[in-house]
Design a protein around this ligand. Structure first.
Ligand code: INI
Length: 179
């Protein structure tokens, strides 16, 4: 999901506002030297694989070394926050975690529980650990919607999640955030 045309971030306007703050921080997409954990859900795993394919391609495109990408699989979206916590709290923590999966309303009576708890857990882990955890889990009403959001193009949620991970990992390295 991206911004609509009316609400889109406009770089020219942002540039015009820069002088009105003492410091302006933005993250970037240079992934060289970054380590990234990817937590994947096997439930609706065909969709997860489409997201993972795009995420891996995007990380490589941005300079992340293959050896610095760790992929781990959980049974479903409900378990993804625990894998994310493992990545973030390991002896050698990653710089960012990407969670990938698909919760499809048609498949389950407990859609709201699985999707809601996954999102809550992801947010909890990133706030608790300070390691960015990206919510790359599709939550859709139908299989068709999940397929549409995992097409092999720039709209793929896995690609968007990889870019978000790099942006958050790099902005948190800025001096203003150092502790
Ligand atoms: N897990 C998903 O990732 N997507 C779903 O759509 C889904 N449905 O439909 O139930 C789902 N359920 C499994 C869940 O994530 C856990 O693995 C399971 O409840 C065991 O804890």
């Amino acid at each position: 999901m991206t911004s609509s045309d009316e609400t889109l971030y406009d770089q020219a306007t942002a540039d015009a506002l820069r002088d009105r703050a003492g410091t302006n921080l933005v993250g970037g997409h240079d992934g060289r030297g970054l380590r990234i954990g990817i937590a994947c859900g096997r439930f609706n795993g065909g969709i997860t694989l489409r997201l993972l394919d795009a995420a891996l391609a995007t990380l490589r495109e941005c300079g992340v070394d293959t050896a610095d990408i760790i992929v781990a699989w959980a049974p479903g979206a409900f378990e993804l926050p625990l894998l994310a916590r493992g990545f973030a709290m390991s002896a050698r923590p990653v710089d960012a975690v990407i969670t990938l999966g698909a919760v499809i309303r048609g498949d389950t009576g407990h859609y709201d529980v699985v999707a809601g708890e996954c999102a809550r857990g992801v947010q909890d882990v990133q706030l608790m650990t300070g390691v960015p955890v990206v919510f790359g889990v599709l939550t859709t009403n139908t299989v068709a919607q999940a397929l549409e959001r995992s097409l092999p193009d720039d709209t793929n949620k896995g690609r968007e999640s990889a870019l978000t991970a790099l942006e958050m990992a790099t902005i948190l390295r800025e001096g203003s955030f150092s502790r």
